[in-house]
Design a protein around this ligand. Structure first.
Ligand code: SF4
Length: 228
């Protein structure tokens, strides 16, 4: 019986608690060894799978080791080097632009503020949050990717639709020391159970809390549409 707890705070706490038990090793799945590699991997991962990004970056990181390397790159060659990544032509332009700005304004290093990061081409608040959290240990917000967006809506934790609005809505409700874990727990759950097209509500450890559960609700609150 999918019934959410009385308050959003209680619902969040219970969700986090159960998902920690279910996915104790949940963390970022992109491979990187430096902050620059992290930044590049996260830029490449927009609308692309982490698995594909990891395949491509294996060679890319051997060839491009510094901001100078990206700044000096031939854009067409760079696009070829990231072929297989969604929007590889655009992203090659972003990477070259990022290399240039890092060199000109940050001594070749990856900056550690939200403003400086979001000034880089191809870097929005979500990408910046990931880089701050995993590159600088600075947790300024909650990363809202497609899994977080979908599942928080399904679980009745937010009615907002845009990632930025969802983040703002969740920040007062999710305990600050869980902001980073919250994203990874929901991503793990989104990949394993609560998938976009065919969530496995029967086997979901959150089923009794979920107002979208297919077992006793008609509507997917993420899309607002009737379950097919
Ligand atoms: S799998 Fe089903 S019950 Fe579980 S969180 Fe997703 S929609 Fe809710």
């Amino acid at each position: 019986m999918g019934t959410p707890l009385d308050s959003r705070e209680a619902q969040v706490e219970e969700v986090i608690d159960r998902l920690h038990k279910e996915y104790p090793d949940s963390t970022i799945s992109l491979n990187f060894a430096t902050r620059l590699e992290l930044l590049v991997a996260v830029v490449l991962s927009a609308q692309c799978t982490d698995e594909r990004v990891n395949q491509v970056t294996e060679d890319l990181f051997e060839k491009y080791e510094s901001a100078e390397d990206y700044a000096a790159a031939d854009e067409e060659q760079l696009a070829e080097d990231i072929y297989g990544i969604t929007f590889h032509n655009n992203k090659a332009g972003y990477l070259k632009g990022i290399g240039e700005i890092l060199l000109e304004e940050h001594g070749g290093d990856v900056p550690d503020t939200m403003t400086a990061l979001t000034d880089l081409p191809g870097v929005g608040r979500k990408t910046a949050n990931v880089v701050l959290q995993h590159g600088h240990d600075v947790v300024e917000g909650i990363v809202v990717d497609t899994h977080v967006q979908r599942i928080t809506r399904r679980l009745g934790l937010t009615e907002e639709e845009r990632p930025e609005a969802i983040e703002e809505d969740l920040m007062p409700v999710v305990p600050e020391d869980e902001w980073q874990a919250f994203t990874h727990l929901l991503i793990s759950h989104g990949r394993a159970v609560c998938t976009a097209r065919n969530p496995d509500c029967t086997d979901c450890e959150l089923e009794d809390l979920c107002p979208s559960s297919k077992l006793d609700h008609d509507t997917d609150l993420a899309s607002g549409e009737v379950w097919s």
